[in-house]
Ligand binder design. Structure first.
Ligand code: ADP
Length: 545
C-alpha cells in the first residue's frame, strides 16, 4: 500500500520562493567587491534570480549545463546560484585559492559552459579561460561602469546582461534528483574529485542544518556566512538562511578581523560560521582594540580542528557559544556538530572544553560508523579509533566520472578518509586522516594528537608527526618541528612533553628541526611531501637500518 500524499519535489528554487513570499523584506546585505555595503531583500533577490535563469536560457544554456562561479559571498553570487539551478543548470563553485592550472583542469573536467566571476578574479580568469575550450560566456559580477577592458572573448557586465531580461520566467520543473551544484575536493593527493549535489540533497541538507541542535538558525537570526560559497556550499547557509527567512549578511572578499568585526557590529549579527583561521584573526582584533561582541550568540567552527583557546576565548571572554563541527565537501558538508546533550550539560571548565574539542554527534540524516581495516565495526567507547564511514541523503554516492570508486561500498557507506573514535554518547572525535596515521607494530598512532601536544611547547611554531620506516615496527613516529623565530628548542625537552600524556609507545622516536613545513592551497599540512622528503631518514631507534 502506498501513502496518499502529494508529490512535491524538493527543488532548490522552492526555498527562494518561500523566502520571497513569507519574508519578502528580510534583508540580504553584501559588502560589495566595488567597496560599498549594498542592501537587497529576498523578494528582490528572487526577481533577479528569475532574470538570471531567463537570460541563461535565452543565451542557449540548457538543463544539465555546468555554469561555474568564481566569486566571494554576495547577493549577486546567490542570485546566480538560484538562477542557474532554476533553469536546470548546475552551479559549479571554483576555489580561487587553487593554482590556475588546477582551476583549468577542474573546469575542463566539469566541461563548464559559462562563468560568473567577481572583478577580483579577472586577472586569474585571463590566464585560465584560454585553456578551457568549453567556456562560451564570461559574466563579470559588476556593472558596466566598473568593467575594465579585457582581451577576453564573450565578456559582459552582469548588470547589463541582466537588464536585458524582464524576469517573466517560470522555474524549470525538474526531478528532485537532478544535479543542482558541483564542487571539487582539493585533492591533496591525486587529481581533484567532483562532488555533484542534487536539488533533493541540497534541500534536505538545509533542513538538517537549521535544526535546533545542529546549527539552530531561525527567522530571528542575522546570519553571517564567512565561510565562502566556494568552500563546500558555505556550509549550506545560502540555502538554510532563506529557508527560515533569516537576515543574511555576505562579507565579500574581506575576512580580516577588523572587517568581520565591522559587520558583526553594524549589522548586529547573531550567528556566524567559518574556519578557525578567521576566528584567530577576529579574536586578535578584539584583544588589540578591547571591543566586545554584544549581539553575537553562536559561532560554528569547522574545516579543521578548532583550537581549544578559540573556544575558550569566545565563550569566557565574549559570551558567545561555540559549536565545533566536522564535515566534508562530499557531505554537503555537515557531518557532526558539537552541541551539548543533557548527558553532558553539567560539564564545566576544562571538562566542557575537552568535550568541545570533539567534533560532535550526527544530526538526523547522517549515519556514521567507525571500522577497522577489515570493515569490522568498532565500539563507541571514546578510545578505539578507526576508519570513519558515513551515509545519508546528502552524502555523495560517487564522484563525477566514477573516480575513486573504492571509497564507496555496496551498502552505501562512504569512507571519509578520516580516522576517529566515538564515545558512548555518540560524540565523534577526529584523530587523523587515514593516510597520515602512523602504523607502529600493527597499531595506530594519531599524528594529530602528537602535533597538538608538540605545539603546546612555547618554542614551537608548527609541528607535524609522520611515520618513518622502521625495520622492527614497520613505522615509528618522527616529529618535524618549525621553531619560533630566534628560539632553539631542545630535543629531550620537546619529547618530555609527551610523558604521561600519551602511551609510551606513542612517543616520537626522534625530532627534526626545519625552517618550513609544506602546505596545500587550502592551508593543510602536506604530509605526503614531508614523508617523501624524509623517506630515507634513519631513526636512532632502528639498529638494523
Ligand atoms: P578541503 O580539503 O578543500 O578543505 P573539505 O572541506 O571537504 O576539503 O575537507 C574535509 C576534511 O577536513 C575532513 O575530511 C577532515 O579531515 C577535515 N575537517 C573538517 N572539519 C574538521 C574538524 N572540525 N576537525 C578536524 N578536521 C576537520
Amino acid at each position: 500500500m502506498l501513502g496518499l500524499m502529494q508529490e512535491w519535489p524538493l527543488l532548490c528554487h522552492k526555498i527562494l520562493d518561500h523566502a520571497a513570499l513569507q519574508h519578502p523584506h528580510r534583508e540580504v546585505v553584501s559588502r560589495s567587491v566595488e567597496g560599498p555595503i549594498v542592501r537587497t531583500n529576498y523578494a528582490e533577490l528572487r526577481k533577479r534570480a528569475l532574470k538570471v535563469a531567463q537570460r541563461l536560457e535565452r543565451d542557449g544554456f540548457k538543463v544539465g549545463d555546468r555554469i561555474a562561479t568564481l566569486a566571494w559571498n554576495s547577493a549577486r553570487h546567490m542570485e546566480a546560484w538560484y538562477g542557474i539551478m532554476g533553469m536546470g543548470g548546475v552551479y559549479h563553485t571554483l576555489n580561487p585559492r587553487l593554482f590556475p592550472e588546477q582551476l583549468a583542469w577542474i573546469m575542463n573536467h566539469a566541461q563548464d559552459q559559462a562563468l560568473f566571476v567577481d572583478l577580483t578574479f579577472l586577472p586569474l580568469v585571463e590566464k585560465i579561460a584560454p585553456q578551457v575550450p568549453s567556456l562560451r560566456q564570461i559574466i563579470v559580477l559588476t556593472d558596466s561602469a566598473h568593467l575594465p577592458p579585457s582581451g577576453l572573448a564573450s565578456f559582459v557586465a552582469y548588470e547589463d546582461w541582466l537588464a536585458e531580461a524582464d524576469g517573466d520566467y517560470a522555474w524549470k520543473q525538474l526531478d528532485e534528483h537532478a544535479a543542482a551544484g558541483m564542487c571539487y575536493t582539493s585533492g591533496t593527493t591525486g587529481d581533484p574529485k567532483g562532488v555533484v549535489y542534487s536539488h533533493r540533497s541540497n534541500v534536505l541538507h538545509a533542513m538538517i542544518a537549521v535544526m535546533p541542535d545542529a546549527m539552530g538558525v531561525s527567522v530571528r537570526d542575522v546570519v553571517l556566512p564567512v565561510v565562502p560559497m566556494f568552500h563546500a556550499n558555505a556550509w549550506g547557509l545560502a540555502q538554510s538562511a532563506p529557508m527560515v527567512g533569516a537576515k543574511l549578511v555576505m562579507p565579500g572578499g574581506k575576512m580580516d578581523g577588523a572587517s568581520i568585526y565591522e559587520l558583526l557590529d553594524t549589522e548586529r549579527i547573531t550567528f556566524t560560521a567559518a574556519v578557525p583561521t578567521v576566528w584567530l584573526m577576529l579574536l586578535q582584533h578584539l584583544e588589540e582594540t578591547g571591543k566586545k561582541l554584544p549581539h553575537l550568540n553562536r559561532v560554528v567552527i569547522g574545516g579543521s580542528a578548532c583550537p581549544r583557546t578559540v573556544t575558550e576565548k569566545f565563550e569566557r571572554n565574549y559570551g558567545v557559544e561555540v559549536v565545533h563541527a566536522w564535515g566534508m565537501t562530499e557531505m554537503s558538508p555537515l557531518g557532526t556538530l558539537c552541541t551539548i546533550k543533557p548527558e553532558y550539560q553539567d560539564l564545566e571548565g576544562a571538562e566542557r572544553l575537552n568535550l568541545q574539542q570533539k567534533q560532535g554527534y550526527t544530526p538526523f540524516g547522517v549515519e556514521m560508523k567507525v571500522t577497522d581495516d577489515d570493515d569490522n565495526e568498532l565500539p563507541w567507547d571514546g578510545r578505539t579509533f578507526g576508519r570513519l564511514k558515513v551515509r545519508g541523503p546528502a552524502v555523495s554516492a560517487s564522484y563525477y566520472g566514477g573516480a575513486s570508486a573504492e571509497q564507496f561500498d555496496a551498502d552505501g557507506w562512504f569512507d571519509t578518509g578520516d580516522v576517529a573514535h566515538v564515545d558512548e554518547h555518540g560524540y565523534m572525535q577526529i584523530t587523523d586522516r587515514s593516510k597520515d596515521v602512523i602504523k607502529s607494530g600493527g597499531e595506530w598512532i594519531s599524528s594529530i594528537e602528537l602535533e597538538n601536544l608538540a605545539v603546546g611547547h612555547p618554542d614551537v611554531q608548527e609541528a607535524a608527526a609522520i611515520g618513518v620506516k622502521h625495520s622492527r615496527w614497520d613505522e615509528r613516529p618522527l616529529l618535524v618541528v618549525v621553531p619560533k623565530q630566534g628560539r632553539n628548542p631542545d630535543k629531550a625537552d620537546l619529547l618530555a612533553l609527551f610523558d604521561g600524556k600519551v602511551a609510551k609507545w606513542w612517543v616520537p622516536d626522534d625530532v627534526v628541526f626545519v625552517d618550513e613545513i609544506p602546505h596545500t592551497a587550502t592551508g593543510k599540512i602536506q604530509k605526503s611531501v614531508l614523508r617523501e622528503r624524509l623517506k630515507d631518514y634513519r631513526l636512532p631507534t632502528d639498529s638494523s637500518a
